[in-house]
Write a protein that binds this ligand. Structure first.
Ligand code: NAP
Length: 497
């Protein structure tokens, strides 16, 4: 394991880590080109230049991947849980040994600064360590029926073949959060990474093979035709589960497709997190939390604080402190030393941020700092603080997905809670107050699957991550994470007599 905190890279390192990634489709334990021979280009969002080509799956490749998973399922389900756990544990060790190379690869394909990529690799690997431990703790039960004449045997079994679809913003962790429990439970799978950032999952598939995962258990289909490749698999009926992380509109569409064969579904969808700062908050702590909740991943996180709701009496002080911290951030290529804020993922993402800021300003918001893209190659946007944001502004209803802190004011607790809950989303809310009664009361009233109470970071592999309302269905991580990949079977035992 390495402990060196690498903060910059050389072009030789960059070429080496990209060249080391297998670029084919991984089907039945073998890397192979797409049947059509097609490839898609992976770009570096900091330069807009191509990094490499990877195989571009067509629907027939997807069906091959499904067939490989179906063939692998029975023997993998029968593999002793301890052996499944040990595969995950070895993969955890390998990820941590290779953290520098994996972090560099992620920064190149996605843009986040190297220090953040290292953080994500370590977070992602922790899912494997956690589920290595969960694989051997799958429980069951044996009980006497209330009338005493029969017995109940309750057993957990793997769901079966799973279809996993992951987004570009956390290219490694969103994969391990699904692959870890699937392996622990004994499920074979087909995984489709985001077309913009497939390299992390390609590198991970190679690590899992090296760790002893049998061929066919994890099949990887990278494609530029997500719907064309995945819909036939979802509607086929041989896969029994669909786990998706991505936007709410795509999630809705996939739920409709999954209804066809009544698949089990896990949906980790979009967010619109409110960040509440009460007049009794510790403002310095609140600003620390705000920086984390807003600026992690350049704001491109489902958990990103999207709306700052601050009590009128502390709003100016909070905005001053936040502006000071935001103005100290350095924007640049994530591979360079000292960079805090990398590029957004593409021109569309950057232009959406610009549109949302313009809309807020047109409606009366004031720009304290930033408020514009950075000229030149790559898709950079300046760290931005907006104050006096009216609640009708578009960015209070839509995910900003960029480094923009939008501050609105409130006067009463009821007003704050009503504004916080005024969204179709319900993933996470943040709350800063030093008053313990208010902390508990407001936490209960917030309509979200997770609450960050005096903290700007909720993600932890040992805790149940997930949303309510249109932020999703199900939970990933924690002790409930493996349940999403298990069915409960009940055997009624007649005792005669
Ligand atoms: P997205 O456009 O919904 O894409 C997510 C994944 O779905 C990608 O792999 C994408 O493939 C694929 N996809 C798109 N259309 C599809 C279709 N018709 N059938 C099957 N697959 C399809 O989301 P994104 O822009 O990558 O990610 C950002 C979104 O994810 C945000 O809304 C964010 O909040 C959410 N997110 C949620 C969580 C959570 O845990 N709740 C975590 C991270 C991100 P392509 O790459 O080819 O388009």
């Amino acid at each position: 394991m390495t402990n060196s905190a690498v903060t910059s890279s050389s072009s030789a390192d960059e070429a080496r880590v990209v060249d080391a990634v297998p670029t084919g489709l991984f089907i039945g334990g073998t890397w192979r080109p797409a049947t059509s021979g097609a490839t898609l280009t992976v770009d570096d969002p900091a330069t807009g230049k191509a990094l490499c080509e990877v195989a571009d799956a067509a629907p027939e490749d997807g069906m091959d991947a499904l067939a490989a998973a179906v063939a692998a399922q029975p023997s993998f389900a029968a593999m002793p849980p301890r052996e499944r756990g040990e595969i995950l544990r070895r993969a955890y060790e390998l990820m941590m040994e290779r953290i520098d190379d994996l972090a560099l690869l992620m920064t190149l394909e996605m843009g986040k600064p190297l220090a953040e990529s290292r953080g994500e690799i370590s977070y992602a690997a922790e899912f494997f360590r956690w589920f290595a431990e969960e694989a051997v703790r799958i429980d069951g039960g044996y009980a006497t029926a209330p009338n005493g004449t029969s017995r109940f045997l309750v057993q957990k079994q793997p769901v079966g073949v799973c279809l996993l679809i992951t987004p570009w913003n956390f290219p490694m962790a969103m994969g391990t959060r699904k692959i870890g429990p699937a392996i622990a439970a004994g499920c074979a799978m087909v995984l489709k990474p985001a077309a913009q950032t497939p390299l992390s999952m390609h590198a991970l598939a190679a690590i899992l093979a090296e760790s002893g995962l049998p061929g066919g258990v994890l099949n990887l289909v990278t494609t530029s035709d997500a719907g064309g490749v995945m819909e036939p698999l979802i509607r086929d009926g041989r896969a029994r589960k669909l786990s998706f992380t991505g936007s709410t509109p795509v999630g809705r569409k996939l739920l409709e497709q999954a209804a066809d064969k009544v698949l089990r579904t896990s949906m980790e969808l979009g967010g619109n997190a409110p960040f509440l700062v009460f007049d009794d908050a510790d403002l310095d702590k609140a600003v620390d939390g705000a920086m984390l909740a807003k600026m992690r991943n350049m704001g491109e996180a489902c958990t990103a604080a999207n709306r700052f709701l601050v009590h009128r009496s502390v709003a100016d002080a909070f905005a001053d402190k936040l502006t000071e911290r935001m103005s100290a951030l350095s924007v640049g290529r994530g591979t360079d030393d000292g960079v805090d804020v990398g590029p957004l993922v593409d021109a569309k993402g950057r232009d959406k941020v610009a549109d949302l800021v313009k809309d807020a300003v047109d409606r009366g918001a004031a720009v304290r700092i930033g408020g514009e893209p950075v000229d030149g190659p790559g898709y950079f946007y300046r760290p931005t603080v907006l104050t006096g944001v009216p609640l009708e502004a578009r960015l209070t209803a839509e995910e900003i997905f960029g480094p923009v802190a939008a501050i609105s004011v409130f006067d009463t607790e009821d007003e704050a809670v009503a504004a916080a809950n005024d969204t179709e989303f319900g993933l996470v809310s943040y709350l800063y107050t030093e008053n313990v009664t208010r902390a508990l009361r407001v936490s209960e009233r917030l309509e979200s699957g997770m609450v960050g109470l005096n903290t700007g970071l909720v993600s932890n592999p040992a805790a149940p991550f997930g949303g309510i309302k249109q932020s999703g269905l199900g939970r990933e991580g924690g002790s409930v994470g493996i349940e999403e990949y298990l069915e409960t079977k009940y055997v009624a035992i007649g005792f005669g007599g």
